[in-house]
Design a protein around this ligand. Structure first.
Ligand code: G3P
Length: 217
């Protein structure tokens, strides 16, 4: 499973790259707003750092507007993937982008049939939002399982990119289901590395090491 980092914060991207845990980046308007920077400056910097796929989200809500924004962002680098919302206009744009050879990430997916439409439109990635479904007492991961089954049934090439990941269990479940990608906030990447027994064990090893006689230098 590929690890994308779900952030527009260049500092977090650098930290994930140093860990070898940044196969790509996903941004969205809310994440960009948190940086307080102009999106084009942020995108240019990320393109210079990350060779893997970088999702840049359009904000137009009509297909023509999405196409204009997406064609512009696509010029920033060959790794730029245009993120469009899963609405009818977004599907129209995704189909045209596919015909033009521009990669897409169809976002804000909350049902398996929405994901089926995105695959038929030729989306490169589908982004099911698991955390936000869990928030309204639905099962985000069962949506992911259904999408993977549907895509396998028909051999769709669209990659399943699990989004709205909130905690390590989401990452575990995504990997068990065989999702292609999970896009993960940096805080969750750090949580994944942690186990209290690792800390306890390390403390004990270091304490015992103090008791080992040291050879004279
Ligand atoms: O990038 C989209 C998605 O991952 C957002 O997550 O936590 O705002 O639902 P969240």
């Amino acid at each position: 499973m590929k690890f994308f980092i779900d952030t527009a914060d260049v500092g977090e991207i650098k930290k994930a790259l140093a860990l070898g845990l940044c196969d790509g980046v996903t941004t969205n308007p809310s994440l960009v707003a948190k940086t307080g920077r102009a999106f084009e400056d942020v995108l240019k910097e990320i393109v210079g750092l990350v060779p893997g796929p970088i999702s840049a989200e359009v904000t137009a809500t009509d297909a023509e507007g999405m196409l204009a924004e997406g064609r512009h962002y696509a010029k920033f680098g060959k790794q730029v993937v245009i993120k469009v919302p899963l609405i009818v206009e977004g599907l129209r744009a995704a189909k045209t982008f596919a015909d033009e050879g521009i990669k897409t990430n169809v976002t804000l997916c909350f049902s398996p049939v929405q994901a089926l439409l995105a695959a038929k439109a030729g989306a490169t990635y589908i982004s099911p939002f698991v955390g936000r479904l869990d928030d309204v007492s639905e099962d985000g991961m069962s949506m992911v399982a259904d999408i993977i089954q549907i895509y396998r049934n028909y051999g769709f090439k669209t990659q399943v990119l699990v989004a709205s990941v909130r905690h390590p269990i989401h990452v575990l479940q995504a990997a068990k289901l065989g999702a292609d990608v999970a896009t993960i906030p940096y805080s969750v990447i750090e949580q994944l590395a942690k186990h209290p027994l690792t800390d306890v064990g390390l403390k004990k090893f270091l304490a015992d090491w103090e008791k080992v006689p040291k050879a004279p230098k």
